[in-house]
Design a binder for this molecule. Structure first.
Ligand code: GDP
Length: 332
């Protein structure tokens, strides 16, 4: 077999970086779709991954995605691009619809219209936000591939379209198209707009005397937080499986934002985080997802997937990373 090739949209995002690294280690030829003109992350990304070939294209421009598929001729196509922040999606619902929902269709059509419907495998980044935290009728067991969906944000609603159109192409055209329903996955590459990285960064700054508090919204919601590096391995395993299917990736544990705060402040030797945290309504949401807990049994049984980093390991690794990053910046 010759060298395998993969095309990744959303390559400059958290998962794109982890996945590019994993595929390069396995000697794939990796192509990444990047929005050309205004992407501030481009040069930074190329410094880190000089062996990734970037293709300028936009999920909103179907012809550009067709050209990207023709250039990369991928064995595997990972669609990780999206307007991916829940809070942002409330403020920009139409852009979220066009990108996060319509963009998936543009990818699938690009594969089909270029005659690659039976040769290119497609991965769609579905999300636990499709469950919405309601209908939580099996406490302790968690959501699995059969749980009902009830998205609670423009982001979740758009992702649900992406999920179903991917299944529809699988059923209609026999395409190898799989959806990974991933619960929250975090790490050193997470954007500061997400609560985990916001906290790890703030805790690092507080420990270095660079700030004295952090402003947050609601602290009671619970999330099933895993490590992104573990989750991209699961994506890849889905693409190697004998048939296309949908899989939940999760840790099977759920923790509140308060738990995350305790763990993060513990990492810098602070027992009581309350003096360092203030509430700011601006970070609350019009509709909240109260609790997310995933059940990864199918991925574990069928794919042999297993997460390696646990909650405590995730938090301490994020805090340690932010401390060393800030320390490095101070001394350089
Ligand atoms: P999400 O689960 O995809 O929405 O990931 P986020 O990291 O953005 O949010 C996780 C949870 O943290 C949600 O319940 C938010 O309402 C809550 N939260 C509380 N304060 C903040 C904050 O300051 N920023 C963000 N992003 N989320 C916050």
């Amino acid at each position: 077999m010759g060298q395998r090739s993969a095309l990744i949209t959303g390559i400059t995002g958290q998962d794109g970086g982890h996945l590019a690294q994993l595929l390069l280690e396995q000697d794939y030829q990796v192509f990444g779709v990047i929005r050309g003109q205004s992407n501030v992350k481009k040069s930074e990304f190329l410094d880190e991954y000089p062996n990734v070939t970037l293709i300028e294209a936009d999920l909103l421009d179907s012809a550009s995605i067709i050209r990207a598929v023709e250039q990369a001729d991928p064995d595997e196509f990972y669609n990780l691009a999206a307007i991916s922040h829940v809070g942002y999606s409330f403020k920009n619902p139409t852009l979220t619809l066009d990108t996060t929902a319509g963009g998936v269709l543009n990818c699938l059509e690009a594969i089909r219209l270029t005659g690659r419907g039976s040769s290119t495998r497609f991965y769609q980044a579905s999300t636990s936000e499709m469950y919405g935290g309601l209908d939580y009728n099996r406490p302790g067991l968690g959501y699995d591939e059969h749980s009902p969906f009830h998205p609670r944000s423009p982001y979740g609603v758009a992702k649900l379209y992406g999920h179903w159109i991917t299944k529809n192409f699988r059923e209609s055209y026999g395409m190898f198209a799989s959806c990974g329903i991933l619960f929250n996955h975090e790490g050193e590459r997470r954007g500061l707009e997400f609560v985990t990285r916001k906290i790890s960064n703030a805790v690092a700054r507080i420990s270095l005397g660079l700030q004295d508090h952090v402003e947050l919204g609601d602290l009671w919601p619970k999330r099933d937080w895993g490590y992104a590096g573990d989750y991209v391995r699961g994506m890849w395993q889905m693409m190697q499986h004998s048939e296309p299917d949908d899989f939940v990736l999760a840790t099977g544990e759920t923790h509140s934002i308060e738990d995350f705060l305790s763990q993060a402040f513990n990492a810098i030797g602070v027992d009581d985080w309350h003096p360092y945290v203030r509430r700011n309504e601006a970070f609350t949401r019009p509709a909240e997802v109260d609790i997310l807990l995933g059940n990864p049994a199918k991925a574990e049984d069928v794919l042999g997937w297993k997460r390696e980093v646990d909650f405590a390991g995730l938090v301490s690794r994020m805090v340690a990373h932010d401390i060393s990053l800030l320390d490095g910046n101070r001394s350089s």
